[in-house]
Write a protein that binds this ligand. Structure first.
Ligand code: GBH
Length: 480
């Protein structure tokens, strides 16, 4: 690759870290052991098996609740610097409240954290990756403002239990999926569509919940442990279909990305002004007497502003967008309250996931955009990976990792984006939400028919291991 200053230097910065990730509901299984309570995902898969394309569920999943030692072994085989996993709220706090901590739940994560540290692998903890205690859903879940304090209480329990050993925390995974992906499209748990208003109420509550947790850490735990806390955002990168569509592409980025970031990462805080205007106009058109975007008080703006130590981003794919034609029908694949049509580029290779086609250049552009929007801060890629079917010879996944890592190197070296680490999604095949076990993202293949859930490295595992060992982007065919 030739860049502005000659050939691209394929080495990663010395401090750059490589990891891999998973999430509690996707891997743990053991859905009803001990005093664990049920989550919204347990409820969804049991009440409504048709919501999952292969009618499977996460009751056993990878059985990581019992096989955590094997998981650590795989992390070690790969040479990971860190392993990102999430904690199940109803496993640690069965009542949802901080009044009672489960002994078994607490011990499970203690073992995992200690086991990783013994191998020199940093634990990176996601506090919430979508498995809300079902009883809190019955109070309204992410639509009830009281969730913000309950979440902060839960986060505080985790900081107290594990803060001496866990130095990097993510409060919430993908608020966009939690709000837009739930209340607009109804494809996630809880299966509850709340048209027009739900996603925006959830959006505000999430920002406040995150901010409260961040401030608790900052005030009470940072002085003791000096760790870092952030929130993991994701959104499709939007490219204009034609040069005339750049304004609508930018509005889409602000809608799906800025709506979850502007309040935290900008000096002025609050909603992106363009989104306030867009939602106000759309609400009026739909006959509402006020905007569906809830207002922030000045106190709330200040509570949220600046609650980050780095920017965490999950990136998978890119969409095209153009201005909608007059009277054109828009649907749930489009951006809410935006008069634009979202398209998939038919030239980009597809994957096993219906929403996912491959366009590595989008990652670099997204990183550059994030730096332009939110400043020269640290960026950690908390997820990136490829979905295939079963099979150990996963050349397409290898190419995906190669090409995305190349774009990250370009962002670092050509655009000066301070990317500090990379997380491959995912360590092993797991319960891929509404796709069940049909979409495989794993570096390790899991045999879900075997009672021992045998894990076998794919070709991509060997490739990723080589990259980590060399600390540079080796080529897939390079003898290493
Ligand atoms: C991440 O979400 C998740 O954090 C992780 O748990 C998951 O396993 C991984 O990616 C792979 O999917 O069908 O149009 O309604 C990625 C972003 C958000 C993509 C929800 C799929 C549903 C799209 N995902 N989205 S749609």
């Amino acid at each position: 690759i030739v860049t502005s200053c000659g050939a691209l230097d394929l080495s990663f910065p010395p401090e750059f870290k490589f990891g891999s990730a998973s999430a509690s509901y996707q891997v743990e299984g053991a859905w009803n052991v001990s005093d664990k309570a049920i989550s919204v995902w347990d409820k969804l898969v049991h009440d409504n098996p048709d919501a999952i394309s292969d009618r499977s569920n996460g009751d056993v999943a990878c059985d990581s609740y019992h096989l955590w030692q094997r998981d650590i072994e795989m992390a070690e085989e790969l040479g990971l610097h860190f392993y990102r996993f999430s904690i199940s709220w109803p496993r640690v706090l069965p009542s949802g409240y901080a009044n009672y901590i489960s002994k078994d739940g607490r011990e499970y994560y203690d073992n995992l954290i200690n086991g990783l540290l013994e191998k020199g692998i940093e634990p990176l903890v996601t506090i919430y990756h979508w498995d809300l205690p079902q009883n809190l859903q019955e109070l309204g879940g992410w639509l009830n403002p009281m969730i913000t304090d309950l979440f902060a209480d839960y986060a505080k329990v985790l900081f107290s239990l594990y803060g001496d050993r866990v130095k990097t925390w993510l409060t919430l995974n993908e608020p966009m999926a939690m709000c837009d992906g739930t209340f607009n499209t109804g494809t996630m748990a809880p299966p509850l569509v709340v048209e027009d208003v739900g996603a925006y109420i959830c959006n505000k509550n999430i920002l406040i919940a995150h901010a409260k947790a961040w401030r608790i850490y900052d005030e009470e735990f940072k002085p003791l442990y000096n760790g870092e806390v952030s929130i993991a955002n994701n959104f499709f990168w939007y490219e204009p279909l034609t040069p005339d569509d750049e304004d609508i592409a930018e509005a889409a980025r602000q809608n799906m990305g800025g709506r979850y970031s502007h309040a935290i990462y900008t000096k002025e805080g609050g909603w992106p002004p363009v989104i306030e205007k867009m939602v106000a106009e759309a609400s009026e058109k739909k006959g509402y007497n006020k905007s569906n975007l809830p207002e922030f008080t000045q106190d709330e703006i200040e509570l949220i502003r600046g609650t980050f130590d780095f920017y965490a981003v999950n990136h998978y794919t890119t969409r095209l967008i153009r201005h909608a034609e007059p009277g054109e029908e828009l649907d749930l694949n489009d951006v809410p309250d935006l008069n634009g049509k979202v398209l998939v580029n038919p030239d980009w290779p597809t994957t096993t996931s219906s929403w996912f086609s491959v366009y590595p250049e989008g990652l670099r552009r997204q990183l550059v955009w994030l730096k332009e929007q939110y400043g020269d801060i640290k960026f950690l890629i908390t997820e990136n990976g490829y979905s295939s079917g079963i099979g150990l010879e996963d050349t397409a996944r290898i190419n995906y990792y190669r090409d995305n890592l190349e774009q990250i190197l370009l962002a670092i070296k050509e655009d000066g984006v301070n990317v500090v680490g990379y997380t491959a999604w995912t360590l092993m095949d797991n319960f891929e939400w509404s796709d069940g076990y049909q979409s495989r993202f794993g570096l390790y293949e899991v045999d879900f028919d075997s009672p021992t859930r045998t894990r076998t490295p794919r070709a991509s595992a060997a490739y990723y291991k080589n990259i980590i060992k060399a600390h540079k982007l080796v080529e897939p065919n390079e003898n290493f």
